[in-house]
Design a binder for this molecule. Structure first.
Ligand code: GLN
Length: 487
């Protein structure tokens, strides 16, 4: 059953081919048996899952079950889950059990989904390799010597290893799309404000957005339909009509105009990755799409602007972890200052500390204008590049990440090399646009992702374009070696 997609699981449950309790038990057994190799889960919630499955079976028996009724999914461990450990990949929250569910989790509860566990991630979602998790790195199911990408590497690996058909994830600068690319699956980051951030532990509030990890675009449409909602508890959540994402999946893409930014095909792009992306574009042309070269002239400024804005916002957001109210507290503090210093010193890992230091510096008096304000002005220019480009094209395409999955340790001592992993994804977050990564082939035995960037709130178009590609190609059905012959 583990190789079924969400759409197939929904059908199987509704036709009573299997019950949610059977499916959930099998899913949990498989996670316990297989995941020790990959470490994609921080916690597995057997009890909560089996209770939800039982309730789902009762609803399914009545015949008026909601969309995802009985389907096992995983939540990234950045979402607060009532009564269930929520760590954000950090020692700081190693013992944090929230008293409420995030809005995203609530939406899945309302759709009848079964939460089987919480997925591993870079600490506070800072990273591109999952090597910064307090709970150990996640191994890429395609090659366990390689990283799965980050920060949502646990969600990506869990879906690639077919432990779950779908998982939630978050993307501040590429954390859905880059791990989806490195693990050979489909990742969707919606428009900023499409999905509520309430109860999602904040990294950089003006960039963070929740989305989906699945094997197919059709499943991403089903999950986004569940997650997208207007939420008055998140003042940045936008009250914008929600499309029926599945309804337009089969629309023809004849006449679609694809923009190819010349800045996304230059120096630093692995030749094999470039070849797979170009073949994918040719495939679209053979399906009736037109290609237009475009320019996003401020692209080279996106990584530097992001590494001022994101740390600045993180230094403010992470000031709440003080050892007083929840989370890690040092032993025997001498006084209040000692409590703050040692709790934070012991609770945060090196990358998080680096970001807090950079952010506090960029925001400090005398430097604010030189760094933070300047970065915000650059951000405006980056956004304008996209607004101009979308006057002439429907979708922008390019590589998701400059290289396929890399080996553990190969970039962890070089922050700049690690930061450049997101060179093609960060601008989308700075502009607030939706983006996707879909599998488009292999380099050697490692998957490559094609990035699709859409206009504001046009997730339906992205999903349609991705689905049409997946109807015509088999790349999304390729699976890691260890799954061969495993039914
Ligand atoms: N890799 C980027 C960073 O380290 C993006 C992370 C993310 O999207 N959460 O900040």
């Amino acid at each position: 059953m583990h190789n079924l997609t969400i759409a197939e699981l929904v059908k199987g449950l509704q036709n009573k081919t299997f019950s949610s309790q059977e499916l959930t038990q099998q899913t949990l057994d498989r996670i316990h048996a297989v995941d020790p190799t990959f470490n994609s889960f921080i916690s597995v919630s057997d009890e909560r899952a089996l209770q939800q499955a039982k309730a789902a079976d009762a609803l399914l028996a009545k015949g008026d079950a909601p969309t995802l009724c009985g389907v096992p999914i995983a939540q990234k461990d950045i979402f607060c889950t009532n009564g269930t450990l929520t760590t954000c990949g950090s020692k700081m929250l190693h013992n944090f059990v929230p008293p409420y569910d995030a809005t995203v989790v609530d939406n899945y509860n309302a759709a009848g989904a079964v939460m089987v566990g919480k997925t591993n991630m870079d600490e506070f979602a800072m990273g591109s390799s999952n090597e910064t998790s307090f709970f150990g790195s996640v191994k890429n199911p395609w090659d366990t010597n390689c990283v799965p990408g980050g920060s949502s590497g646990g969600s990506a690996a869990a879906v690639a290893a077919q432990l779950v058909a779908g998982a939630t994830a978050t993307d501040t600068g590429g954390s859905i799309r880059q791990p989806a690319a490195l693990c050979g699956i489909t990742g969707l980051k919606p428009t900023y404000g499409r999905v509520s951030r309430w109860g999602m532990i904040a990294f950089a509030s003006s960039l963070d957005q929740a989305g989906t990890m699945t094997r197919t675009a059709e499943d991403a449409a089903i999950m986004l339909q569940t997650m997208a909602s207007y939420d008055s508890k998140d003042s940045t959540c936008v009250d914008h009509p929600i499309d029926d994402y599945r309804a337009s999946l089969n629309n023809s893409i004849e006449g679609l105009t694809i923009g190819l930014p010349k800045e996304y095909f230059g120096e630093g792009l692995d030749p094999g990755t470039q070849a797979r992306v170009e073949e994918a574009i040719k495939q679209f042309e053979s399906m009736g799409a037109k290609v237009k070269e475009i320019s996003l002239p401020h692209s080279s400024l996106s990584v530097p602007a992001y590494y001022v804005i994101a740390p600045a916002e993180c230094s403010a957001n992470l000031s709440r972890f003080d050892g007083v109210r929840y989370g890690h507290r040092c032993e025997n503090p001498a006084d209040l200052e000692d409590l703050y210093k040692r709790s934070r010193g012991e609770g945060f890992g090196d990358e998080v500390k680096r970001r807090i230091l950079v952010g506090a510096y960029a925001l400090s008096a005398g430097y604010y204008d030189a760094y933070y304000n300047k970065a915000q002005k650059v951000r405006r220019l980056i956004k304008q590049d996209f607004v101009d480009a979308f006057k002439d094209v429907d979708v922008i395409m390019g590589p998701t990440s400059p290289t396929p999955a890399f080996e553990f340790g190969s970039k962890s001592d070089d922050p700049i090399a690690m930061y450049l992993e997101d060179i093609y994804t960060i601008a989308t977050n700075l502009a607030g646009l939706p983006g996707m990564s879909i599998p488009c082939g292999l380099v050697g035995d490692k998957p490559v992702g094609l990035q699709l960037i859409g206009n504001y709130f046009n997730e339906a178009k992205l999903l349609n374009v991705a689905h049409q590609f997946q109807q015509a190609t088999h790349f999304h059905t390729l699976a890691p070696q260890f799954l061969k012959g495993d039914k």
